[in-house]
Write a protein that binds this ligand. Sequence first.
Ligand code: AMP
Ligand code: MG
Length: 302
Amino acid sequence: MKMQSQYIFGTICSIDLFEDGTEELYAGLFERLNQIERKFSVNIADSELSFVNSNASEGPVVVSREFFDVLKFSVDFAEKSGGAFNPALGSIIGLWGIGTEHQRIPEKQEIEEAKKHCDYRNIILNEADDICSVMLADEKLRLDLGAIVKGYAADELVKLLKENGVTKAIINLGGNIYAFGSKSNNPDDKWNIGIKNPLKYDAEPIVVLEVNSTSVVTSGNYERFFIENGVRYHHIIDSKTGFPAETGLASVTVINESSTLCDAMATACFVAGTDAEFIKNEAVPGKIQLIFITQDGKIVKK
Ligand code: AMP
Ligand code: MG
């Protein structure tokens, strides 16, 4: 069966299994994506994330192992990235509403107020006798895992592909890509993955990567935004200012076999900029590759 697509995570998600693509396999993979969305979405009222947001400031809430693990990875990564990646930004993200019908520039005081409730250290994680719980030590703190959940979902699909003996696939969850396996029996025959030109809609890719068995994830200021008085307000927020991150970048692409790591890292690098200290510690040479595209079209590789 040919490539299949569904609208999940607020974006188009496509899976191409080539000759391994049976109806049943596609159905199983999309069901897994829908399951992940139902658990982690901030826009679904009865998701596990919404339940935690509404209840965990009153006391510890028992959560699934899966939810706990993704949140723990997120809190750890927030620590590593000095808060550039921040899973506790829900209050500010809600104010801006970028990509929703109520998107707007919030008042200065609203931002200042919301900023006080974005400290990821107030996410208290507990694990005892295999029971996982989360508490929010700030009643206005709201979780948002939108910067990592597509990466996590891509890794979950990869597990299913392996279990089902699939040899090659291309997963594309709204620009969050996994090139699974090799394109052919010849290991030199690589997948070509294009990085969108963030400066020119509909232009040719600005870089074409040749890869096998890896994820390629991009965070960019062109994905979700609005323009007011000539200023672009996009969806990646800097916790320090409460405003869309402004570091002269148009996009950051991260290449590694863990799509979860790529997703968190791409968002963090977009916020922190090319010279951030944590990048030196996290971007293991030869293992995690970074490609920054600046707003004036320069390509910086690390
Ligand atoms: P991404 O496209 O992976 O960079 O994720 C952007 C999405 O993550 C946004 O739409 C928000 O839901 C959320 N987000 C925005 N800024 C941050 C940030 N600094 N850290 C973590 N999540 C963020
Ligand atoms: Mg991300």
